[in-house]
Design a protein around this ligand. Structure first.
Ligand code: NAD
Length: 441
C-alpha cells in the first residue's frame, strides 16, 4: 500500500512513521519547508519519546519520505490522511481552513481511487465538506476520479504516542462505503493482530466519538478538581478520596488526579468546539460549560496559594518553576497551565526561574526572555523564595529535599501535582501546599 499523510505535527508525524514501521510506503507532507528540510536531515519538529529513532530507521529503509509537494505525493496513493491543525476560531468553533485547503489540493492532484481520511479532530459534518471540496476541485479540472471520504479520529496521547498508535485501545473508523471499509481494514490489519479492535461506524458518529472522548476525559479532570477544592475547605484529603472512589470499577483509577487544570492542544479546544457545535444547533452542553469554567479557575489555584502565603506581596520575590510543558514527556506548550501561573507571577512584579527537560525552546515562543531558564532543576532553585511544581516530570518526583532546602531562600513548596508527601516535608521543615489537602502549617 502507498499512503500520504498531510501535516507533520504530533499526529501526522507519528501516524506516518508508525505506518512505515509496519511496512507501508508513506510520504509525510507539510507546507512548512523548514520542517521538511529538517526532517530530511533527521531533525524532528517535536519531542516525542522514541520517535527520532523510528523516523531514522524507516527513512533509512526507504519506506518513509518527506515532501512539501502534495501534488506529487498524492499521486498513486491508496489512502491520504488529513492531519493538519484545527485550531479554535475566535468563537471557539474548530477552524477548518487548513483541512479544507488540503482537501482541495487532493482533488486538484489525485489521479486514482483514494480514500481521503480526516485524522484531524473535526466537527460532525466535516467529512461532507471535505467531499464537497474534493468534488469541486475534480469538477474544475474536468476529472472524473472515484474517491471515498472516511473519518479516523486519533486517540494518541503525547508522551506515549508511539505505543498508543502501535497498540491502540481501539481504532475508530467512519465510512460510507464498503470499498472504503475494506481499504481501511487492510491498512490497519498489522495493528489488529494482537486483538486491538477496529470499530467501524457511520462518519458522523466517528467524528462525534473523538469529541465525546476528550470531553469525557476533561470532565473527569474538572470534576476531580472541584472535589479537591471542596476537600480542602472541609478538611478532607483528596488523595485519599481519590483512592476511595477509584477502587470502584465503575469509576476506575485513571484520570481522577486533581491538579492545576487541563491544558494542551486538544482538551481545551475540543471542549470549546463541542459547546459551540451544540449552541449552533440549539442545544446547551451544560456539563461541558461547567467543565470549562472549573478548568479556567483551577489554573489560578496554585498562584492564589502562593499569593496568600506571601501575604499578597510578591513584588521582588523569585520563584522556581519545575516543569513548563502541559504534561510530562512532551514539549507541547499549547494552553499549558504554566503560562497562566508565570504570567500572573510576572504581573505581580515577581521574577521566575524555570526548568523543563524538553520544553524550553517552545516556552520561549511565548515567554521569551521575561523569565530565566535554568540548565537543571536545582539551578532554578538558587535564591528562590519558593518552588512551584507545575509539571510532574519523573525526575521531579524524588529530589534530594536536603539540597532543595539548602538552595531555596525559604523552604516553601507549592505542589500543583500532588507528587510529594506532606508529612515527610513537614518533618524536614518545609512549608508545603498541594491541591485538595489542607496542608498549611
Ligand atoms: P500540529 O500543529 O502539531 O501539526 C499540524 C501540521 O500541519 C503543521 O506542521 C503544519 O505546518 C501543517 N499544515 C498546516 N496546513 C497545511 C497544509 N495546507 N498542507 C500541509 N501541511 C499543513 O497539530 P497536531 O497536534 O498534530 O494536531 C493535528 C490534528 O490532530 C488536530 O486536529 C488535533 O486536534 C488532532 N489531534 C491532536 C492530538 C495531539 O495530541 N496533538 C491527538 C489527537 C488528535
Amino acid at each position: 500500500m502507498k499512503i500520504a499523510v498531510v501535516g507533520t505535527g504530533y499526529v501526522g508525524l507519528v501516524t506516518g512513521t508508525c505506518f512505515a514501521e509496519v511496512g507501508i510506503d508513506v510520504t509525510c507532507i507539510d507546507i512548512d519547508e523548514k520542517k521538511i528540510t529538517n526532517l530530511r536531515n533527521g531533525i524532528l519538529p517535536i519531542y516525542e519519546p522514541g520517535l527520532e529513532e523510528m523516523v531514522a530507521r524507516n527513512v533509512k529503509q526507504g519506506r518513509l519520505h518527506f515532501s512539501t509537494s502534495l501534488a506529487e505525493s498524492i499521486k498513486g496513493a491508496d489512502v491520504a490522511f488529513i492531519a493538519v491543525g484545527t485550531p479554535p476560531g475566535e468563537d471557539g468553533s474548530a477552524d477548518l481552513k487548513y483541512v479544507l485547503a488540503v482537501a482541495r489540493g487532493m482533488g486538484e492532484n489525485m489521479d486514482n481511487y483514494t480514500v481521503i481520511v480526516t485524522k484531524s479532530t473535526v466537527p460532525v459534518g466535516t467529512a461532507a465538506k471535505v467531499r464537497a471540496e474534493v468534488e469541486g476541485a475534480l469538477a474544475k479540472r474536468g476529472a472524473s476520479i472515484d474517491f471515498d471520504v472516511a473519518s479516523n479520529p486519533e486517540f494518541l496521547k503525547e508522551g506515549a504516542a508511539i505505543d498508543d498508535f502501535l497498540k491502540p485501545d481501539r481504532i475508530v473508523v467512519g465510512v460510507a462505503s464498503e470499498r472504503a471499509e475494506e481499504v481501511m481494514r487492510r491498512l490497519y490489519k498489522p495493528f489488529l493482530l494482537n486483538g486491538h479492535p477496529i470499530i467501524f461506524m457511520d462518519i458522523p458518529s466517528a467524528e462525534m466519538t473523538k469529541y465525546a472522548a476528550n470531553s469525557m476525559l476533561a470532565t473527569k479532570i474538572s470534576f476531580m478538581n472541584d472535589i479537591a477544592n471542596l476537600c480542602e475547605i472541609m478538611g478532607a484529603d483528596v488523595n485519599k478520596v481519590r483512592q476511595g472512589i477509584g477502587s470502584d470499577a465503575r469509576i476506575g483509577t485513571k484520570f481522577i488526579y486533581p491538579g492545576i487544570g487541563y491544558g494542551g492542544s486538544c482538551f481545551p479546544k475540543d471542549v470549546k468546539a463541542l459547546i459551540k457545535t451544540a449552541q449552533e444547533n440549539g442545544y446547551q452542553m451544560q456539563v461541558l460549560q461547567a467543565v470549562e469554567g472549573v478548568n479556567e479557575a483551577q489554573k489560578e489555584v496554585l498562584f492564589s496559594k502562593v499569593k496568600k502565603h506571601f501575604g499578597g506581596e510578591l513584588a521582588g520575590k523569585k520563584f522556581a518553576i519545575w516543569g513548563l510543558s502541559f504534561k510530562p514527556k512532551t514539549d507541547d506548550m499549547r494552553e499549558a497551565p504554566s503560562l497562566v501561573i508565570i504570567e500572573k507571577l510576572l504581573a505581580e512584579g515577581a521574577t521566575v526561574s524555570a526548568y523543563d527537560p524538553v520544553a524550553v525552546a517552545e516556552a520561549k515562543h511565548s515567554l521569551g526572555d521575561r523569565i530565566t531558564y535554568a540548565k537543571d532543576q536545582f539551578e532554578a532553585l538558587v535564591d528562590a523564595d519558593a518552588l512551584l511544581v507545575v509539571t510532574e516530570w519523573p525526575e521531579f518526583r524524588s529530589p534530594s529535599f536536603e539540597v532543595v532546602g539548602r538552595l531555596l531562600k525559604q523552604k516553601a513548596i507549592f505542589d500543583g501535582r500532588n507528587i510529594y508527601d506532606a508529612a515527610e516535608l513537614k518533618e524536614l521543615g518545609f512549608t508545603y501546599h498541594c491541591i485538595g489537602v489542607k496542608t498549611d502549617h
